[in-house]
Write a protein that binds this ligand. Structure first.
Ligand code: SF4
Ligand code: SF4
Length: 175
């Protein structure tokens, strides 16, 4: 049932098991992740700079502390729970290249254990864990460079997002 699409930081994991999530009618989207600097950079490199600025202006994304990450605000969902504002009646309304990597790769161990293909589930767990480590490394690098480049705190504007995308492209992979 698992579908694992390997594509570096654009890797995507999907499974229909999440439609019957035992934790919440809104699944993981009841507790949306932050959109970290590495996520912002990836979205910019996929052509989403103006999308981010428009969503910030509309209040569908909110700045986190120091502008070092963004918040996905929760709103009432038709299922009756509070959930990410991008969760529609049939799932996330954003394409994968406009979401955080966590939205694209996270799948809980319980869902992995329920999958009918243990080999793919095991491979997915490894990919998920490795990518989370890699993204944490990239995010820390970006945060350090942003703090040095913008000592008063990075502005959430077009030049900063362009700088973020360009800097992300030059980061060395984790050793
Ligand atoms: S990953 Fe797990 S907790 Fe998240 S929606 Fe799927 S089944 Fe639910
Ligand atoms: S952006 Fe989409 S996948 Fe991520 S928490 Fe919001 S609704 Fe869920």
């Amino acid at each position: 049932m698992l579908r694992l699409t390997l594509a570096g930081t654009d890797t995507l994991v999907t499974t229909p098991l999440c439609a019957a999530c035992h934790h919440s009618p809104a699944g993981c989207c009841a507790a949306p992740p932050r959109v970290a600097l590495a996520d912002l950079a990836r979205i910019v490199l996929r052509g989403g700079r103006d999308f981010l600025l428009a969503e910030l202006r509309a209040g569908r994304l909110l700045p986190g502390p120091g502008n070092m990450w963004l918040v996905l605000p929760r709103r009432p969902h038709p299922s009756g729970v509070l959930a990410c504002g991008y969760l529609g009646p049939s799932g996330c309304v954003l394409p994968p290249d406009r979401r955080s990597s966590t939205c694209n790769i996270y799948i809980c161990d319980e869902a992995l254990a329920r999958d009918d293909d243990p080999a793919t589930a095991s491979r997915t767990r490894t990919v998920r864990d490795d990518l989370e480590t890699e993204l944490a490394h990239l995010d820390a690098e970006l945060a350090a460079r942003a703090a040095a480049h913008f000592p008063s705190g990075p502005p959430l504007d077009a030049p900063f997002l362009d700088w973020l995308g360009d800097t992300f492209r030059t980061l060395p992979p984790k050793r």
